[in-house]
Design a binder for this molecule. Structure first.
Ligand SMILES: [Ca+2]
Length: 284
């Protein structure tokens, strides 16, 4: 006991000392919780709609049920969507891992580099390396919508509103959260907005609706929709698409300086949902 007190004596506060001593006294040294992360390392880009995550795995390898509090901390510019994961961990046999999703983001001005997330509980710790990647180019010929903040009138529970700005246009991967599906079956219009990082003289929008082998656009894609741009806070239609059966629709128009783009879904070919696999915005 003397040695334990000596170890924590360097703590900055009296509260810290009391907490440390209390927890040391209450728990055995060999706390039977094991922590793991899947994947073991994470990459993140400092854009609002390119979220990363890992699954925190908590395993009780002991013979008694327990309640675990796992504290999470990130260094550098890395931001976590939770600081604490609490879970009841029954002493299942064989050992059973309980997983909790931890969202990882970085601000737009984050310095690219190597950082880490640490998850700790009594007697166990796991470190998750986090690589903050450089920003993708957003110049002429680049997709200005990539990773930017998307907002929709509604989003089906099985989808992520960011799926249609994640850079993936492959409809065959529709079920991997790379598409957006509205949440109001049979009710139109639906809107999907992307806010650009800054106003830009845009002249082309590529709208990718669902078009896979199993779900062809002619049966499941957006049939009627308006492409709009936001100028001075007002939405302006730059292309009215009607009777579409293609997976990709290119809208070109005279350059207009706008700070957001909206797809207004008016009807789909099977009359239930608006579905987008990607929305891309270009200045040229
Ligand atoms: Ca996508």
């Amino acid at each position: 006991m003397k040695r334990q007190i000596a170890v924590v004596a360097g703590s900055a506060t009296v509260l810290g000392v009391l907490t440390a001593v209390a927890s040391t006294a209450a728990r055995p040294d060999d706390d039977p919780v094991r922590l793991a992360a899947t994947p073991e390392a994470v990459q993140v880009v400092g854009l609002p709609c390119l979220p990363s995550s890992f699954q925190l795995g908590m395993t009780n390898i002991g013979s008694a049920d327990l309640y675990a509090d796992v504290e999470l901390a990130a260094d550098g510019p890395v931001v976590l969507d939770r600081r604490l994961v609490s879970s009841w961990l029954p002493a299942w046999e064989p050992d059973h891992t309980v997983n909790a999703r931890v969202g990882v983001t970085a601000p737009r001005d984050a310095e690219p580099g190597s950082y880490a997330v640490r998850a700790t509980t009594h007697g166990a710790e796991v470190t998750v390396p986090v690589e903050v990647l450089p920003q993708p180019p957003k110049g002429s010929g680049d997709d200005l919508a990539l990773g930017e903040q998307a907002v929709a009138s509604s989003t089906h529970a099985n989808f992520d509103v960011c799926g249609a700005v994640d850079g993936n246009t492959n409809s065959e991967q529709w079920d991997t959260l790379t598409g957006w599906n509205d949440g109001t079956s049979g009710v139109f219009p639906d809107t999907y907005d992307v806010a650009l990082a800054e106003p830009a003289p845009i002249s082309r929008v590529e709208t990718w609706t669902l078009d896979s082998t199993r779900y062809p656009a002619a049966r499941y894609g957006l049939r009627d929709f308006d492409v709009q741009v936001r100028v001075g806070g007002a939405w302006r239609t730059v292309h009215a698409v009607r009777g579409n059966t293609a997976g990709r629709v290119t809208s070109t128009f005279a350059p207009v300086t706008a700070d957001a783009v909206r797809i207004v879904g008016l009807a789909s070919n099977n009359r239930d949902y608006s579905r987008l696999i990607e929305v891309q915005v270009f200045t040229g």
